[in-house]
Design a protein around this ligand. Sequence first.
Ligand code: NAD
Length: 496
Amino acid sequence: MSVHSMKQWSDLAAKLKPADGMFLDGQFVASASGKTFDSINPATGDVLAQVAEGDAVDIDRAVSLARARFESGVWANESPMNRKSVLLRLAELIRDNLDELALLDSLDMGKPVEDAATIDVPGSALFFQWYAEAIDKIYDEVAPTGAGDLAMITREPLGVVGAVVPWNFPLDMATWKVSAALAAGNSVVLKPAEQSPLSALRLAQLAVEAGVPEGVFNVVPGYGETAGKALGLHMDVDCLAFTGSTPVGKMFQQYAGQSNMKQVWLETGGKSPNLVFADCDDLEAAADMAAFGIFFNQGEVCSANSRLLVERSIHAEFVEMLKSRAPNFQPGNPLDPASKMGAIVSQEQHDRIMSMIEGGKKDADCVVGGNAVLIDNRGLYVEPTIFDHVAPDCTIARDEIFGPVLSVIPFDHEEEAVRIANDTIYGLAASLWTGSLSRAHRVSRQLRAGTVSVNTVDALSPMTPFGGFKQSGIGRDLSLHGLDKYTALKTTWIKY
Ligand code: NAD
């Protein structure tokens, strides 16, 4: 059952008043320059808010605040049990404000509001809850020394964490960084994507309402080349956690080298393969999930299953099955609960997707979609698009499109499938479908990807690490391993 009808969502949207300031020291304030930028609804072209445009001066102010709060110990020295209580309250506040947060993300970046309300916002609450519950159950270590010595190995928060995140899951990508960083006792300066700053601003306000001390979690909206770069280059940021594209990830590594050698953790791009073997037990389920795996969230998913490798003996049949599923993802008004695909985030991204599709038409057979569409005569929409008989080395099979575009590549045998799957600069995720337990284990071991899903796609939970091999990144979000990047190990050796 839908969360709300389209009329109810539209009425709620009409009443929404998004916060538009930077969030510093528990308050919404203008940027030092007084400049703002428009936050635009890609489904309508309407301006949702004129948001404070932070730059290097504002980042410096936010980092100073975050540092002062860290040094004061007001959060870092709080007992893990007390941090847990506050973050559990924040999880509840996220659930209490589900409609508003879902609308902010849907209006800001075009995703179906029903998905935001049933996946993104509950996910954000769950991630905060999970790290809250974890943080007072992690024990430190005592090293096995001889009598007369006590060597303790403790985990300490790093200090000021800078987080720079993308627009595809605005609330959740911010949450993945902030939940673990705050649970570990750090202060945070978050720079949301310029396309989608609104839910992050509300999240920070809710965090203060939950009891996170003012100035511990600050949000500076602004552009990547100004605010993002300033955070990357800042001399007093201890750790920079980034999610976004591979080229920008590489820039953060350079910024660190040019400044204070801050730790840099990267969750970057992907071109994830989905391998369907002829011995798959349930081809219907495989086709359902292959379609979901590329069209969910308009294909704007880092781990989207954008390369479908199908064994040649079932290739023609499987492509027909996919074709029958594509109409379920015909784009629609994001506020309509029936829409399974919404609007593309921005004109720039829409142009990029359409130019990749036009290029693809020269290299392969476009068997489904391939066109831009309007809904109610407006908006940035793209049809679910499937290319068949794609050569593994052509552009649509190699480059991340970040849109609803699938490349189908037939293969003849397992070794060839693994070779094609691994022939990429990326290594974020992979899926495979088989009824053979031996093949499931054998192929999973051979696939170079941070997450391998067998007989499903995009398996993900707070309990399991998420991140990439190769140029898909460094470090892991989620799970207890997600705390590693926000803490440093300290040895304290006592001779007595
Ligand atoms: P992007 O790299 O353009 O932007 C991401 C963030 O970096 C934004 O906040 C942006 O303002 C900032 N930025 C941009 N240029 C910058 C610069 N020169 N200096 C400092 N900061 C800068 O990515 P995007 O278009 O927002 O998001 C799409 C990308 O994100 C895709 O490549 C996708 O695969 C990736 N992504 C990865 C994951 C993951 O977990 N691996 C998750 C979601 C998205």
